[in-house]
Design a protein around this ligand. Structure first.
Ligand code: C5P
Length: 240
């Protein structure tokens, strides 16, 4: 049987580095809450059967917005945990109670904080990994020179950047493998899914991405994301 594709967006974080009381995923970007852009990219991608969004149990923002354009392709789950990995694991388990998900079906985990995911990159990761035994992730080779600091913020030494990549999302793994990897206690504090898979002794494939698929971490990242979205939309960047 052909494997299906599902997407899951963990969106239960508070985004403390954004200096804003509103959780990061709801901060406005190009006239919409940040998470809207990731949802749009994933829900409009025909190969993906359903998109699950994992919210914090006490989330009070989601229902303030109109998500009806995504109809029943979008499924909301209120089971976020205290870490990203916990939110994803809870979400994967809750998702299989809502829909029939096979052990070998693919799950693309994508952060709400990456609003500039393009159709081209989605197509690329799905094409490159669909016959892969392990799965993998979008990533870019490190461009900057790396400095390690000492306690007084002075350079201790320069690190080699050879063979170093910056991990992005989506990260695409088969349902059961991902649940097994994230179920290990050591995975709970890992900052991406690939690390949990690596914990099983496997080697996820690095799929060459580009830096426009940036992650919003600091307030200044929003300006850059709006410029990127504007060029992708080919207009004024505002979503109608
Ligand atoms: O905080 P950070 O930017 O690393 O979060 C990455 C993603 O993980 C975000 O989409 C965030 O909402 C999500 N997250 C979560 N549950 C947590 C912490 C983060 O779903 N407890």
């Amino acid at each position: 049987m052909m494997s299906k594709y599902f997407a899951l967006i963990p969106a239960a974080g508070s985004g403390s580095r954004m200096e804003n009381n509103l959780p990061k995923q709801y901060l406005p970007i190009a006239g919409r809450p940040m998470i809207y852009h990731a949802l749009k990219a994933l829900c409009h991608f025909p190969k993906i059967a359903s998109v699950f969004v994992v919210l914090a149990p006490h989330d009070s923002e989601w229902l303030k917005h109109d998500w009806s354009e995504f109809s029943d392709k979008l499924i909301m789950l209120n089971c976020g945990g205290t870490t990203r990995s916990m939110s994803i694991l809870n979400g994967l388990k809750a998702a299989s109670e809502k829909l029939l998900i096979g052990d070998n079906d693919w799950v693309l985990v994508h952060d709400a904080a990456r609003p500039c995911l393009s159709e081209t990159l989605l197509e690329k990761i799905v094409d490159e990994l669909t016959n892969d035994a392990v799965g993998g992730l979008l990533a870019v080779p490190l461009a900057d020179t790396l400095k390690r600091s000492n306690v007084s913020s002075r350079v201790e030494r320069t690190e080699s950047r050879k063979d170093l990549w910056q991990a992005q999302t989506p990260q695409m793994f088969r349902y059961k493998l991902l649940v097994d990897a994230l179920s290990r206690p050591s995975s709970m504090t890992m900052t991406d899914d690939a690390s949990a898979i690596e914990g099983l002794g496997l080697h996820p494939k690095l799929v060459l991405s580009d830096t426009r698929n940036l992650k919003i971490t600091y307030p200044q990242d929003i300006v850059l994301a709006e410029l990127i979205l504007r060029t992708q939309l080919g207009g004024d960047g505002e979503c109608s």
